[in-house]
Design a protein around this ligand. Structure first.
Ligand code: NDP
Length: 279
């Protein structure tokens, strides 16, 4: 009888750009663990039914990407402490008793990549966070935990930035500015781009005054989606600019470890996947 292969997936919309299936394939080859990992496209209307059907038909774990991170948290039966704090989740796991657990490892993955591969030490930094979606939420909590001096949040929809600031509950270190007021609120040491504009091929107009000469720029997107922000950062004189490919590999590796109990080799996987996917 053929062995039953465990099923895993990444669920998002759009999802065609996702490198997660390839990454989990690389990790499986590294560790000798047999698994099936697919990309599933689900619109917001379809998301809850898609997740339930996936787990009902033998799914063991799913990564969740935009725009479903808040919905993933909301539909889970149990949440880890990190997910509860953030109110969003990027990892869903079927527990032995059949319940679905939500976890978030985006913030830890971003910090590991920043500190490790990018050589960014956020301590004491004036940080600008562009965006207030699910990934921004994880990034903002992680940056505050990393002892930054202050975070300024700007989002196309200001109310959403205000809601994130409320959740962060740190009035002395968190401020919100309107997207139209970006011109007058810099300069910053670290500029983190966490909107999905790049994935949607939408233009993003940012003033040059945001960056100090020593500034680091970090885009959570990767590949062509990160190109406009990285180009902007280089044009306005940021000292360094990075995309989120390393973060993606870190978070994928942490999900893999959560599901299989083995930490894959992140650097080896990143080296393999970088060709053609770096911004
Ligand atoms: P969400 O859908 O939750 O949030 C999207 C955010 O982008 C919102 O703040 C939204 O603003 C903003 N936005 C969308 N379109 C535009 C636009 N045209 N101009 C300005 N702002 C815009 O997505 P996520 O937070 O989950 O993901 C954000 C990005 O981060 C994605 O590109 C995703 O691929 C990337 N990401 C990368 C990860 C990695 O491991 N490297 C992990 C997680 C995310 P508004 O509120 O006004 O709609």
């Amino acid at each position: 009888m053929p062995a039953v292969v465990s099923r895993y997936a990444v669920i998002g919309h759009p999802i065609a750009h996702s490198l997660s299936p390839r990454l989990h394939g690389l990790f499986a080859a590294q560790t000798g663990i047999a698994l099936e990992y697919n990309a599933i496209d689900a619109t917001p209307d379809e998301f809850a039914d898609t997740v339930r059907a996936f787990f009902a038909h033998g799914g063991r774990g799913a990564n969740v990407t935009l725009p479903h991170k808040a919905a993933a948290f909301a539909l889970a039966d149990a949440q880890t402490a990190t997910a509860r704090r953030l109110g969003v989740a990027n990892v869903l796991t079927r527990l032995p008793d059949g319940r679905i657990e939500a976890d978030s490892n985006d913030g830890a993955g971003m910090l590991a990549d920043m500190r490790g591969r990018c050589g960014i030490d956020p301590r004491g930094s004036e940080v600008l966070l562009l965006g207030a979606g699910g990934a921004s939420r994880a990034a903002a909590f992680a940056l505050l935990d990393a002892d930054i001096r202050r975070i300024t949040i700007a989002n196309r929809t200001t109310e959403r930035a205000q809601s994130l600031a409320g959740a962060l509950a740190d009035a002395t270190r968190v401020r919100v500015v309107g997207w139209d007021d970006l011109e007058s609120c810099g300069p910053f040491d670290l500029i983190v781009h966490a909107t999905s504009a790049g994935v949607q091929h939408a233009a993003l107009a940012l003033p040059p005054s945001l960056a100090r000469a020593s500034a680091a720029a970090y885009d959570l997107s990767y590949g062509p989606a990160a190109r406009p922000f990285i180009d902007w950062a280089r044009r306005v004189g940021c000292a360094s600019a990075f995309d989120g490919l390393g973060m993606l590999v870190e978070t994928a590796a942490t999900s893999f470890e959560h599901w299989h109990g083995v930490r894959p080799d992140v650097d080896a996987a990143l080296a393999k996947i970088s060709a053609g996917n770096r911004s």
